[in-house]
Design a protein around this ligand. Structure first.
Ligand SMILES: NC(=O)C1=CN([C@@H]2O[C@H](COP(=O)(O)OP(=O)(O)OC[C@H]3O[C@@H](n4cnc5c(N)ncnc54)[C@H](OP(=O)(O)O)[C@@H]3O)[C@@H](O)[C@H]2O)[C@@H](O)CC1
Ligand SMILES: Nc1ncnc2c1ncn2[C@@H]1O[C@H](COP(=O)(O)OP(=O)(O)O)[C@@H](O)[C@H]1O
Ligand SMILES: [K+]
Length: 580
């Protein structure tokens, strides 16, 4: 899995490398700028062609080759590629000056716009600015920018990991106007404007992924033209970050704005052979859940368990019990049960009130149905030690019986998933629940359920003044510690944390985005999948991580049009694609 870092952790890595004498800050900046340029040409090789040094024709005409059979639109020869580089006042801007100089050296026409010149606090950026000017570059300020023509490339080097204060709405709006203008001009000239962000799209917190914006007088209200997550003004086609991806690339608006991410190593930062390995001094890091397959071979113990399914009989693969509520509310439990079965639990039973047996029985075949006489009935069935995974919550109801069922289930100390009603039922007294939980449990709240159990953490997460540094990762970690078990906080940026501080993100963003997973019952299936893995003997953290990852893979594999029922049925295809 890839290790993700915060801005402070990244600074610590950089500082340690500089203090050790192996590299200077200026060398790192030069290398960062080179990394961005490399990434641009890797992503868009068509921008890397040599062009003769002819001045760009202004106005009419296009560089695009004429379509077959049509007369060429332009007879003045190919034009230089053009870039606009937006530089901020810190080291992110410094990287921008390096990018500008390197592009110019390759024959590009480059306009640089600076928000403010770097000051004494950023000596490396000052040096790179000087180098740009010495290379014959010019600099426009905010109110006088005039690109040389429609750009092929817009480089956003305004703010990076150092942004901790909100930026004015006016700045974001101004940027949008420029961007729209340039995009329009590029279209008219039949160019395509690519947008690349240095380190992180400007205006986003590298720690929380939140948009840091000063609401000015409009506090509490969206300013006119407010874009929403999907259209942040500084959104981008490609983000190039350094050494390690940051939390903000995957959380909140950061996940929405970071469509494609490339990580460039900075030689001289030691341990640079792999961005995945961090020095031991970087504590509390977060992992991004990624496939652990190379080709068709499972590479970790966790995945080996799937392969292992080829051996033994059904009782070797665990028995999952999914509790259901009263008649008419059983669909959620059936979805969860199907998820548990398809992910490989040897047996799955839906436990329900006697009066709901018929409803389940007419709809279930491979899944068994067991009428239970209330809490007493649950206690009885749990005397069977072969039941190794429990799921309570989906469609269980919010009546008093739910709290009793949860208590009996937790006393049995099996791998247990609590979701939906089993969480909401404890809204008034979350501590009662926390006192009963054990380390083989997984709580799977969505935002609303999280706020019911951890109102103070949810409030802190939502508070405007905390958006720079307090992230969903922090909130989920605190929640896991408080609950004493694994907490999986759902969303496109699902965060999973254990009480000992381990934490990972299952990001369904960028090319892994599956907006169609926001469909009724998808969460019930996830709860069932994790239960199935617990039943099979996975520990709570591995079950949550693996279940969450496969859940998104199933949604990706199925594609748009997905409904919750499709998720379990897609798993065999996902397993086949993984070579299992
Ligand atoms: N780590 C590494 O290994 C390497 C990191 N590198 C690069 O360094 C970047 C981090 O640089 P950074 O720390 O200088 O901060 P940055 O992101 O440029 O922004 C801070 C600047 O913005 C200003 N500012 C803040 N808020 C503002 C506001 N609301 N409105 C207006 N201004 C505001 C703030 O001003 P101040 O708060 O000081 O008054 C400061 O000047 C990182 O993203 C990467 O690109 C590479 O070069 C080499 C290897
Ligand atoms: N935009 C999205 N992208 C990816 N996954 C999503 C998105 N929206 C929701 N999900 C996932 O879908 C599931 C929804 O669960 P939940 O909110 O409990 O819904 P329900 O109760 O209807 O099952 C969660 O696993 C969540 O992470
Ligand atoms: K940036």
């Amino acid at each position: 899995m890839t290790e993700l870092v915060t801005a402070a952790q990244m600074r610590a890595i950089e500082q340690a490398a500089i203090e050790s004498g192996e590299v200077t800050g200026l060398e790192l900046m030069e290398r960062a700028g080179q990394g961005v340029v490399e990434a641009i040409f890797e992503e868009w090789p068509e921008l890397d062609m040599e062009v003769p040094d002819v001045p760009a024709a202004s106005g009419e005409g296009g560089a695009a080759p004429a379509a077959q059979g049509r007369p060429p639109r332009d007879i003045s020869g190919p034009k230089k590629h053009r870039a606009v580089v937006l530089c901020g006042p810190g080291n992110n801007g410094g990287d921008g000056f390096v990018v500008a100089r390197l592009l110019k050296a390759r024959g590009w026409e480059v306009s640089v716009w600076e928000l403010a010149a770097p000051g004494e606090g950023a000596p490396d950026a000052v040096a790179c600015r000087v180098a740009w000017l010495e290379a014959g570059g010019t600099i426009s300020t905010w109110d006088e920018i005039e690109p040389l023509g429609a750009p092929d490339l817009l480089v956003d080097a305004v703010f990076g990991t150092g942004l901790t204060r909100p930026i004015p709405v006016a700045l974001a709006n101004m940027f949008r106007l420029f961007r729209d203008d340039w995009e329009g001009a590029a279209r008219r000239e039949r160019r395509k404007m690519r947008r690349v962000s240095v380190d992180i799209p400007s205006g986003l917190s590298a720690d929380s992924g939140e948009i840091l914006i000063d609401w000015e007088d409009e506090r509490g209200e969206f300013p006119e033209g407010w874009p929403g997550f999907m259209d942040w003004y500084f959104d981008t086609d490609l983000t190039v970050t350094f050494h390690n991806a940051k939390l903000g690339h995957f959380l909140g608006a950061g996940g929405e704005s970071t469509r494609k991410l490339k990580v460039k190593l900075l030689r001289g930062l030691g341990f640079t052979d792999s961005p995945r390995e961090l020095p031991v001094s970087v504590e509390g890091h977060v992992r991004l859940i990624e496939p652990v397959f190379h080709g068709h071979r499972a590479r970790s113990d966790v995945w080996f368990s799937f392969v292992n399914k080829h051996h033994g009989h059904k009782f070797n693969h665990g028995h999952a019990l999914v509790m259901s509520g009263p008649p008419g509310q059983g669909g959620a439990a059936r979805l969860a049960a199907r998820g548990a079965l398809r992910i490989g639990a040897g047996l799955v039973t839906v436990g329900c009130p006697m009066r709901a047996v018929t409803e389940h029985a007419v709809q279930l075949t491979a899944i068994m149905v067991k009428g239970l006489d209330g809490t007493h009935g649950l206690g009885e069935i749990l005397e069977d030690k072969r039941i190794t995974g429990l799921c309570l919550g989906p469609g269980l109801g919010l009546g008093p019986a739910t709290a009793d069922l949860v208590r009996i289930a937790l006393e049995a100390k099996r791998g247990t998933v609590l979701d939906a009603d089993a969480l909401s039922r404890f809204q008034r007294k979350p501590d009662v629940l926390f006192d009963m939980l054990h380390d083989n449990c997984v709580l799977t709240p969505h935002g609303g359920e999280f706020a019911r159990l951890f109102p103070d953490l949810a409030e802190r997460l939502d508070a405007q003044e905390n958006t720079a540094t307090y992230s969903k990762v922090d909130a989920t970690r605190e929640a896991a510690k408080r609950a004493g078990c694994v907490v999986l906080f759902k969303g496109a940026d699902t965060v999973i944390a254990a009480p000992d501080g381990r934490c990972s993100i299952n990001a369904a963003v960028g090319d892994r985005a599956v907006p169609w997973l926001a469909t009724a019952g998808a969460g019930d299936v996830l709860a069932g999948m994790i239960t199935g893995l617990l039943a099979r003997g996975f520990d709570a953290m591995s079950a949550a991580e693996t279940g969450a990852w496969l859940h998104v893979e199933a949604a990706r594999s199925f594609g748009p049009g997905l409904i919750a029922e499709d998720l379990p049925e897609e798993l065999p295809k996902v397993f086949r694609a993984l070579g299992l």
